[in-house]
Design a protein around this ligand. Structure first.
Ligand SMILES: NC(=O)c1ccc[n+]([C@@H]2O[C@H](COP(=O)([O-])OP(=O)(O)OC[C@H]3O[C@@H](n4cnc5c(N)ncnc54)[C@H](OP(=O)(O)O)[C@@H]3O)[C@@H](O)[C@H]2O)c1
Length: 326
């Protein structure tokens, strides 16, 4: 267990990422989603990360169903999206148009109704822009809602292209938690965000630790994702090929350190993230009971050796940058 912020609750190292059980990932049966959630809880998971937008409330509904008759206390972290407009917000978006006080209040009340709770354990703004850092009124509205008892903790989830835009909010004491991308390919959070989390006692929820499944090593370059799986676009063009080639290099490292019989690629991807003490929990997307079993067992595995961890840093991939080709 780890602390979700300095004075926050104890949470399991592996949390349940509930995007895929909502929608956008091709076929997903609710029966299997409930089984995945139940299995994860059976294996000690006590934090679920969801959002209003995951299947237009379906993920929240399935979570309510799975938690019925469970005696365990499970934290549910959900997210309020900005009002319609560019995603991620452009540098010219005004918070008044995307996260006004009236909009935030109404959305938080919707989340309470959807999750059938009196209080949201952790309410995260689903995305953000540095443009709002010097006038972060939406977070003051969430603070009022916290004072009114509607919200337990306040968080912000980073936009995909800028993990560092929440650092100022952390330093200004405006967030209890941040949700960030940190994985073998995208290691930018190590530069400043993670050290600042330690300095400020901010909880860190890591997402996309498996690079949407690619870091499990199960996909080949010719894999076809169904049209209604967002990965048909995420891995569009030659992106899956380039990703698979890099995954093969990671596999070689694990073999070089003679650890392939102890850790699967997915284990290494999760252990790499959990090697950072600043990380409170890694929320992993799980679509089946089998995946829930595989992912939760990483807490029983030994830590990765330091020399492998250092070696794995070489896989940092600035894939958004054009120099030298994508
Ligand atoms: N903007 C945001 O705030 C934001 C954005 C993205 C995600 N998130 C949150 O972060 C969570 C995690 O990210 P993610 O779900 O996008 O991606 P992820 O955790 O990197 O990948 C999850 C996917 O990998 C596959 N998988 C998981 N465990 C596996 C295993 N042991 N073996 C083989 N395959 C396995 C599953 O899909 P397949 O079996 O279909 O391959 C699963 O849906 C989300 O669920 C959500 O809660 C937040």
């Amino acid at each position: 267990m780890r602390s979700l912020s300095l004075e926050g609750p104890q949470v399991s190292e592996v949390g349940f990422g509930a995007w895929a059980i909502g929608g956008g990932w091709g076929d997903q049966s609710e029966t299997e989603s409930v089984r995945a959630l139940q299995t994860a809880i059976d294996h000690g998971v006590n934090l679920i990360d969801t959002a209003a937008g995951y299947g237009d409330g379906r993920s929240e509904r399935v979570i309510v169903q799975a938690l019925q008759q469970r005696p365990e206390s499970v934290l549910v972290a959900t997210k309020t999206p900005p009002a319609p407009g560019p995603w991620p917000p452009s540098p010219y978006c005004r918070w008044q148009d995307r996260y006004s006080a009236a909009y935030l209040r109404e959305n938080v009340h919707q989340r309470l109704r959807s999750l059938r709770r009196e209080r949201i354990d952790l309410l995260q703004l689903h995305t953000w822009t540095a443009a709002w850092n010097d006038d972060p009124q939406p977070l003051l509205v969430l603070r009022q809602l916290r004072d009114e008892g509607k919200i337990g903790m306040i968080g912000v989830s980073t936009p995909e292209q800028d993990q560092s835009c929440v650092i100022q909010l952390m330093r200004d004491g405006l967030v209890d938690t941040v949700q960030v991308i940190f994985n073998l390919f995208q290691q930018e959070a190590a530069a400043q965000l993670l050290p600042v989390a330690a300095e400020t006692g901010t909880g860190v929820i890591v997402r996309v630790a498996l690079d949407e499944g690619a870091l499990t090593g199960k996909y080949s370059a010719d894999h076809q994702f169904p049209e209604d799986d967002f990965r048909s676009r995420y891995f569009g063009g030659d992106r899956l090929q380039r990703t698979v080639d890099r995954v093969a290099e990671i596999r070689k490292d694990i073999e070089h350190f003679a650890l392939a019989d102890q850790y699967s690629l997915a284990d290494v991807a999760l252990k790499f993230v959990l090697a950072r003490p600043e990380v409170s929990t890694v929320v992993v997307g799980m679509r089946s009971a089998e995946q829930a079993e595989m992912n939760t067992r990483v807490s029983q595995l030994k830590d990765l050796p330091d020399d492998l961890l250092e070696h794995l840093r070489r896989h940092n991939w600035r894939r958004g940058v054009w120099y030298g080709g994508k």
